[in-house]
Design a protein. Structure first.
Length: 300
């Protein structure tokens, strides 16, 4: 036998032994044992090794294995990995649904192959079980209250989006005052998100955002400019301009929301939104002073 071979216990053939992966052959012959690893050791049952025991023994080893065993092993391995891949995919889907982070994008949700592949093996993609899609129909806007809620979601998404972009803008800034202004705006933005969540609570609705294309465009423009500008002075000027563009958008949105909340008789929501609006005005004034100071310094 190739895998296991027991030799008679006599002096001519050697002591009784169990040999794994090597066959014992008459002198002058060789064997290509397909079961054997690249390196093998003949081990006797009494603990001795075959070193020098049979000078006539010639054993040839190969890494090749019988085709039927190779296929069997491959199938079992693929079955195991396929099961793991499906489990990983399901965990990914559950995590996506659980978070449902408004900053990820629209409420509609589809398979995302690029991200799933990070948790699975690309070659097993075709074997993955179909992942059900989650589609959320857009809320119909039939009256002012619906429009108010829709705009709240838009602003919530915008605040969360800019909150993620501000740290990078702060790192790119070189002027200490500009850095401080951006840091203060980041802290204020966190408060703005909290207030918006309070407004949603007062309305008895979940604080979920809806993709704001305007803010997405502003952030993409900021990232593009920061990647193209090398000069520090130019970078600071660009950051001030970009930050003010964000402030002006937020001022317009919050101003509208305050008026609508007052018209709808939502006094608590109106007060929260008015507080944020005042802070947005203050941030814009601070940025304007920074821009004027830089212009005066350049003219001097």
């Amino acid at each position: 036998m190739l895998v296991r071979q027991q030799v008679a216990n006599d002096r001519a053939a050697g002591t009784a032994m169990m040999c794994t992966g090597i066959s014992l052959l008459p002198a002058g012959t060789t064997s290509r044992c397909r079961y054997a690893p690249a390196r093998a050791v003949i081990q006797f049952s009494n603990g001795k090794r075959a070193k020098g025991a049979w000078p006539q023994l010639t054993v040839g080893l190969s890494r090749r294995r019988p085709a039927h065993l190779v296929e069997d092993t491959r199938e079992r391995r693929q079955d195991r990995r396929r099961g793991q891949s499906k489990a990983h995919a399901e965990q990914y889907v559950q995590a996506w649904r659980a978070e449902d982070d408004d900053s990820r994008g629209p409420a509609s949700w589809t398979q995302n192959k690029a991200q799933l592949v990070q948790h699975t093996e690309a070659r097993l993609w075709d074997d993955l079980a179909f992942i059900p899609r989650k589609r959320t129909a857009p809320m119909p806007i039939e009256n002012l209250h619906d429009l108010f809620v829709h705009t709240l979601k838009d602003v919530l998404y915008a605040e969360r989006k800019i909150l993620k972009a501000l740290p990078k803008m702060e790192r790119k800034a070189t002027d200490p005052k500009l850095k401080a202004a951006l840091a203060a705006h980041r802290d204020q933005t966190e408060d703005h998100v909290t207030r918006l969540e309070d407004v949603f609570d007062s309305l008895g609705k979940a604080a979920r955002g809806a993709k704001c294309d305007a803010m997405v465009g502003l952030v993409e423009e900021a990232e593009g400019l920061m990647a193209e500008i090398d000069d520090n002075e130019t970078m600071d000027v660009a950051l001030i301009s970009l930050a003010q563009a964000v402030e002006h958008y937020e001022i317009a949105r919050y101003g509208t929301l305050v008026v609508w909340a007052q018209q709808l008789g939502l006094s608590d929501a109106a007060a929260l939104l008015k507080t944020t609006l005042d802070e947005e005005y203050g941030a814009d004034k601070s940025l304007s002073k920074l821009a004027e100071a830089r212009l005066n310094a350049a003219a001097a």
